[in-house]
Design a protein around this ligand. Structure first.
Ligand code: ZN
Length: 320
């Protein structure tokens, strides 16, 4: 019997985190500044557990390994995507991620291209996004002299925005912003600047990685040109936020359901996060209640499904 896999989030404390994952999403959080909810993950630093059905209690990466047919027999040796919700109570370090080639050689994992759907942002919020250097020599010079104000570019941001962050892009999520992040399954970050903060638990500043960051940053920065495609279906809307023409790793959709929306699989499996509202998912005649904060995966034997209610969801499919 075809069925969705509902998943338990894994929470990570961060120097820049807050409590909005409890207040806004109703999660039972551990104590502390919780910055990250790893919602759909096969990564060893926080794998998702399946909460229903025949694989209840098992880990997503184990099912990915043991049942490749449920994932379209993908040639990726690891579950390739990672969905997170991030709560930036304070600003994250200004950072950059490597591409697949550099990450394979130096970190033995995937590179990291990521993207953000902005769930909420305080008035006046902005991202650090891109840099001003025209040549690699100029980039190195500005980093060597810590001319951060001159190097880093700012981009205003508001709820509902979608931002694509290919590997090699200098970026930071800044204070007051909550996003749903879709990314390659990687945990490699090279920090350029961390506000000279000292971690309360370790009493140390977090490590910087200036050499690696200089190596992997794309020069010059070119802002990706996004062309979202909107399709109306009755009173519901399907928006394709980013697709393979620009993004080689994933397609990301926003589904805004009002009433009933029936969908068919576009790729062998689909990752889904409910970011607003409530309703129901129906698969093979079985109904599953949905509410904000739920995350699930539709494996390859789920070829069609129906959503009902008033829901906003972010879905993604892998292109690898
Ligand atoms: Zn990042």
């Amino acid at each position: 019997m075809a069925e969705p896999f509902f998943l338990t989030p894994v929470f990570h404390e961060k120097i820049w985190g807050g409590r909005r994952l409890a207040t806004d999403f109703n999660y039972q959080l551990p104590d502390g500044k919780i910055g990250e909810c790893w919602a759909i993950s096969g990564h060893p630093h926080g794998p998702s557990q399946i909460t229903n059905g025949r694989y209840q209690g098992q880990l997503l990466p184990d099912i990915y390994r043991d049942h490749p047919e449920l994932f379209g027999n993908s040639h990726s040796p690891v579950f390739p995507l990672l969905t997170k919700i991030l709560d930036a109570e304070a600003s994250l370090s200004v950072q950059v991620h490597p591409d697949d080639e550099y990450a394979a050689e130096h970190e033995h994992e995937l590179g990291k291209t990521e993207c953000w759907y902005v769930i909420s942002a305080e008035p006046g919020s902005y991202l650090t996004y891109g840099h001003s250097a025209k040549t690699r020599a100029q980039l190195k010079d500005l980093i060597d002299h810590q001319e951060w104000g001159q190097l880093f570019l700012k981009r205003p941001v508001k709820a509902g925005d979608f931002v694509y962050v290919p590997s090699g892009t200098i970026h930071a999520l800044n204070k007051g912003i909550v996003v749903l992040e879709t990314q390659q399954s990687s945990d490699t970050t090279y920090r350029l600047y961390d506000y000279d903060r000292v971690d309360a638990t370790t009493g140390q500043k977090r490590a910087l990685h200036l050499q690696q960051a200089t190596d992997v940053t794309t020069v010059p920065f070119e802002e990706p040109h996004l062309t979202p495609v909107v399709e109306h279906r009755g009173s519901s809307t399907i928006t394709t936020l980013v697709a393979p023409l620009l993004s080689p790793y994933f397609t990301v959709y926003k589904w805004e359901v009002s009433g009933e929306l029936s969908l068919t699989a576009q790729r062998p499996y689909t990752l889904v996060s409910v970011i607003k509202g409530q309703g129901q998912l129906t698969v093979d005649g079985d109904a599953y209640p949905l509410q904000k904060g739920d995350h699930f995966l539709l494996p390859a034997d789920v070829t069609a499904w129906t959503l009902t209610g008033e829901l906003t969801m972010i879905a993604s499919t892998s292109t690898v």
